[in-house]
Structures are given as C-alpha cells and as structure tokens.
Design a protein around this ligand. Structure first.
Ligand SMILES: Nc1ncnc2c1ncn2[C@@H]1O[C@H](COP(=O)(O)OP(=O)(O)OP(=O)(O)O)[C@@H](O)[C@H]1O
Ligand SMILES: [Mg+2]
Length: 621
C-alpha cells in the first residue's frame, strides 16, 4: 500500500467518533440491507474486483523473486524479459480492475445517496407545519447532507475497506510465511509498536475532531442567522458591525486554533507510522541479509519479502480502525432513519374522500385547539436550543362553532393573539383540531385527502411568502397551466399589473429571498394575484390588505368582491371598516367567539365590537 493510501486510511480516523460507544437499535442492519437489495448485481461485481485486486497485489513480489533467483542469478535473459512483460501486463490489468471497481462502487454509493436524499426530501415535506416551526433549517440540512454521505460510506469505503484489507492481510501474511517464516514473525513482532500510535493519536484526534465539528457548526450558524435578508436587516438596524465581526471572529478563531492542533497531530501520527515502517524494513533487510548470506533464503526471497512487508502495514492501519468506521457509518444510517421514522402529525386518511363540489359550506363544530408541544413534533437533535417545552400552550381556541356558507363573507375580528390566524391554519389542516370537528359540505376535513382539501382553499397569509424566482413563476406556483392572459387579468384585479409592467424585466423579475425586493403592499397584492389564479372554492384572507393604502385597499377589495363571487370567504381584519359589508362577523377574544352577527347587529349590541369600532372611528383608522 502506498504512502498516499495509508494517508487516506488514516484520514478516516478523523471522523466524528462520538458514536463509538453508542448502541445501535435492533433492526438497523436489516434495514440497511434492504437498501442494498437494488444494488445486488453491482455489489457482486464490485466485490469480485476487490478480490482480484487483493490477489494481484502479491503477484509482482513473487514474480520479482523468480526474476532474480531464476532469471538474473542464472543468466536466463529470456525469462527475465518474459517476467518483466508479465509484471507490466498484470499492472495494466490491475489498473483496469481498479477502474471497474471504482466505477461500480461509485454507482452504488451515489445511487444510495440519491435514494436516501429523495426519500428524506419527500418525507420531510410531508411533515406538518409544526415540525418546521421547531426545526432549525441548518441542522436539518446537515442531516440530509453529511449523514447521508456518512451512510453511503458504509457501503463503499467500509465494505471495500474491510473485505479488501482482510483479504490482502491474509494473502500477504500467508505468502510471507511461505517465503520466510523467520522474517515474517520478526515483522509481526513489531506490530504492537505500530498499533500504539494509531490508538493514542486516534483517540486524541477523535476528541479534537468532534470539537471542531461543533465549533464549525457554531460558526456557520452565525453566518446563516446574519446573512439571510431579515437577519442582515436586523443586524444593520440594531446591531453594530464592529461587535458583529468581533463575535464572528471569536468563533472563527476557535475553528482556526483547533485546525492547527489537528494538523499537527496528523503529522505526528504520520511520521510515527512511516518511521516504524522504515525500522521494520531495516530489520527485515538486516536479518534477511544475514539469512541470505547463510544461504537460508535466496536473494529473490529477501526482495520479495521486503516488498510484501510494505503491503502489510496499510491494511493493518485500516483494520485497526475498522470498528469505528463501521459504527460511524451505521450511526449515520440510524440518524437518517430517525428522520424517516418521524411520523408526520397531519396525515392523509387511509381511504381519503374527494370533495368535488364547486361551492362549499364550512362548519366549525365545538372546535378546541392547543398548539402541540415540542416533543410531539420535532426531533430534539434538530434543534440547537433544545429546551424541552413540555408545557402545552394552553387552549388557544375554546369551543369555536360557526357556519360559513358559499357566496358569503365571514369576517373574524378581535384583539391580537385572539386566535384568528389559528382558525385559518386549522381550516387548511396545517394542524389538526384537539377536539370538535371542522367539516366541508358535511364531510369531516380529516376524511378528505390533503391534496384535495388544500386545492379547495386559497390563503393569503399575514406574511406572504415568495420563492426566490421570477414573479411569473411565483404566480404559476398556484396553477402551472395558467395562460398569460389569466395572469395579466389576475394581476390587474390585484392592482399590481401597472407595477409589474413598469419593471424593466416585467414578469421575469426575480423577487429574491422571501420576496424581500417588494414592498409590503406589493407583496400582498402579488399574493392576492396568486390567489386569484388558483381560483379556490374557499378563500381565506388573513390581513391580506393591511399593508395597502386606503385607495389601493378599496380597489383591491372591489376586485376581490367580484373575483370571489360564489366562493366561501373568510376575512380576518383589524380595520373594521373593511368588514362592515360582511355577511357575518365573528368577534374573537381569548379563543372564544364572544359576539356574532352583522355589522349593524353588533353595533346595536353595544359590546366589544362596538367598543373596537368606536375607537377606530375616532382615531380615524
Ligand atoms: N406555532 C405556535 N406554537 C405555539 N403557540 C402559537 C403558535 N402560533 C401561534 N401561537 C399562539 O397562539 C395564539 C393565537 O395566535 P394567532 O396567530 O391565531 O393570533 P391572531 O388572532 O391571528 O393575532 P394577530 O391579530 O396578532 O395576527 C397566540 O397567543 C400565539 O402566541
Ligand atoms: Mg394573525
């Protein structure tokens, strides 16, 4: 084994080894094997090349022995030429096998990475919204990246590492013993000397490496926090750039310091290894030389044994760490499985029903709701600040009942934090109710397929989101087959067409992360255009026009009124002036409907609504 590959073997030592003493869940290995099944054929071919490779490794020293003993020493020129040509042929064949092996191992490895990534992406996107409110994006992404890669190494690096190294070791030692048992035993006596630095430095490196992973994660979380648009904005407005950079520098400095330590240890280890290997070679030369003088062995044997000796230490180093490597890979798999096993809170029913009706009556029947606790929804390992929040949020909604009919507008008003947005979240099954039922045309929404349910609902949230993409693609996200005319129509109705057509790139303008390139009102109008393009049967507007000036708000409302004709609308608003025409108004306070009726009915009641309305009229909101 060459210096380089020894080096590579040794590199595997520096992986995070915190896992060494961890117990695996039963069944993990079985599950991993299931992943290998599609690659049965590729694996077989790969293993065959590994075996051939190991066998070919001992051939050149043996041929060398014949070349010296029977060719050179006996002046047999033809044999020398023949053997030299044979060595060349074998070397080329070996290279060929190596290439084939590498091809298959990367086919398996990359294939496995692809399978796992696709599976995890699919699984994660099915998680309820609660999962995303708890999980740190950075932690999740690193799980999807580094652990998936760690998992695939079980198949390629470890598998080939173990098999080829064990094979090489057996073949090399056997051949050496046959050639000269005396030298071989002598070489093996040096073995403990060789394993000692491996263990010692290995353990130290593990600690440093784990620490450096942690420090790196801390450093990058500073960057991800500060470099997204909202974070950068907050830092500019409230932070001070000197202390920002100082804070970052502290973290970066630690990363740098540990890097120096790791580099130094690596070098010490490498120097120790090469020195011991050199000493072993020297001893072999010395003892072997004497044996050769005494005619106990031939010169060819001496050369062959020393050549083989060089191939002994590589596999030994690799195998001394094999347990850790295998454990690392298995634990990576387990961490991937941990994500895959996290059952989504909101799921499709087993036999989903489909709602086909164009007009939909919504009814809330004694709906109660508390937000789920952290441990119900997320993996603590995906949160940096995994402070266990066992306490429930308390009942956010207490026995909410109302009916919203097609072609009517139901307004929900009330103080901030009353639970208005929560109602709209329950309607789209972003969360499931804790008690009571929500039904559409008499069907409990939990019996509908999620895709069907969500295709019926269009929501414009308080904080409209845009993908980092063109305006057109953001609009088409609601309905991909929409025509150019329909897009223009929707944008005109939402009072955003003039703005778009005045942009140099029009609909092709990229709106940037979260749509931060747009003003609050522009983003809202774009979100309304997106809703109009979707043309859902149920429309939920959560403060959808709150960022607009009164002129634009009036125009958008007028447009909405025509566009939403025949639909079931739920409008959440703070400005009561915008809901005076609603067919019914629900006044929500502390999760309860405290008043219900039309504007004039509620004004007559002289209750909370009246108070709110009075206050707003006086202040002229
Ligand atoms: N994901 C969540 N986990 C825990 N509690 C939450 C969550 N989302 C909202 N809450 C809490 O639920 C309560 C109701 O929130 P909701 O967003 O429904 O209020 P709202 O009536 O829409 O208020 P606003 O008018 O300010 O938008 C609030 O006290 C809020 O802190
Ligand atoms: Mg709200």
């Amino acid at each position: 084994m060459s210096m380089h590959s020894q080096w590579m073997m040794f590199r595997t030592l520096t992986q995070d080894q915190s896992v060494k003493h961890q117990k695996l869940k039963p069944g993990t290995v079985k599950r991993i094997i299931a992943f290998a099944v599609p690659y049965k054929q590729a694996l077989t071919i790969f293993l065959i090349t590994v075996v051939i490779d190991a066998l070919l490794a001992v051939a050149p020293p043996l041929l060398l022995k014949r070349l010296i003993d029977e060719g050179v020493l006996k002046n047999n020129g033809t044999l020398v030429t023949e053997l030299a040509i044979l060595v060349a042929i074998l070397a080329i064949a070996d290279a060929g096998f190596n290439l084939v092996g590498r091809w298959y191992s990367s086919k398996i490895g990359e294939g496995l990475i692809f399978d796992l990534r696709r599976m995890i992406f699919d699984h994660v996107q099915r998680q309820s919204i609660a999962f995303f409110t708890r999980t740190q994006t950075g932690a999740l992404i690193s799980r999807l990246n580094s652990d998936v890669i760690g998992a695939q190494s079980a198949f390629t690096a470890t598998l080939s590492g173990v098999i080829s190294n064990v094979l090489s070791l057996i073949i090399v030692v056997t051949t050496m013993l046959i050639l000269s048992w005396k030298i071989t035993l002598l070489a093996l006596i040096l073995l403990p000397l060789f394993l000692f630095p491996t263990k010692w430095v290995g353990r130290k490196l593990q600690r440093f490496t784990r620490e450096s992973f942690q420090l790196n994660a801390e450093m990058s979380s500073v960057m991800t926090e500060r470099f997204n648009v909202s974070g950068a904005l907050l830092a500019k407005l409230y932070g001070d750039s000197k202390s920002e950079v100082d804070q970052f520098a502290i973290k970066a400095r630690k990363v740098a310091d540990i890097g120096i330590n790791i580099a130094l240890l690596n070098r010490i280890f490498f120097i120790a290894l090469t020195s011991i290997a050199s000493v072993a070679t020297a001893i072999t030369y010395g003892v072997g030389g004497h044996l050769s003088i005494n005619k106990e062995i031939t010169i060819g044997t001496l050369l062959a044994v020393t050549a083989l000796l060089a191939r002994l230490y590589g596999p030994l180093t690799a195998l001394s760490n094999v347990r850790v490597d295998v454990m690392n890979a298995l634990v990576s798999f387990e961490r991937v499985f941990e994500v895959l096993d996290l059952a989504p809170m909101v799921t499709d029913p087993i036999n989903p029903k489909q709602l086909v009706d164009k007009s939909i009556t919504i009814s809330f029947d004694s709906v109660k709701f508390s937000y789920p606790t952290a441990e119900q929804i997320s993996l603590a390992s995906l949160e940096a600040v995994a402070k266990p929040e066992v306490a429930e949020t308390g009942e956010i909604l207490k026995s909410i009942s109302f009916v919203a009919k097609p072609n009517t507008i139901t307004a929900i008003v009330g103080p901030s934090g009353a639970g208005k947005s929560t109602i709209s979240a329950l309607l789209a099954r972003l969360y499931d109710v804790s008690d009571g039922t929500i039904s559409m045309n008499g069907i409990n929404i939990r019996e509908l397929s999620l895709a069907n349910l969500r295709s019926k609902i269009g929501v414009v949230t308080q904080d409209a989101h845009m993908f980092h993409d063109t305006i057109e693609n953001n609009l088409r996200y609601a309905r991909s087959e929409v025509s150019a005319e329909e897009i223009e129509q929707a944008c005109r109705a939402a009072q955003i067409w003039d703005f778009i057509s005045n942009l140099p790139n029009g609909l092709n303008t990229v709106v940037g992360e979260r749509g931060h390139r747009l003003s609050g009102g522009e983003k809202q109008r774009l979100a309304i255009a997106r809703l109009l393009i979707k043309q859902p049967a149920i429309v939920v507007l959560d403060e959808a026009t709150a960022h607009l000036d009164s002129e634009n708000e009036a125009l958008v409302q007028a447009a909405l009124a025509t566009a939403l004709l025949g639909r079931t609308s739920i409008v959440i608003a703070h400005r009561l002036a915008t809901v005076v025409n609603a067919d019914q108004i629900l006044v929500l306070q502390n999760g309860e409907i405290v008043e219900q009726g039309t504007h004039s009915e509620l004004i007559k009641k002289n209750g909370l609504y009246f108070d709110l309305y009075e206050r707003q009229s006086i202040s002229g909101i």
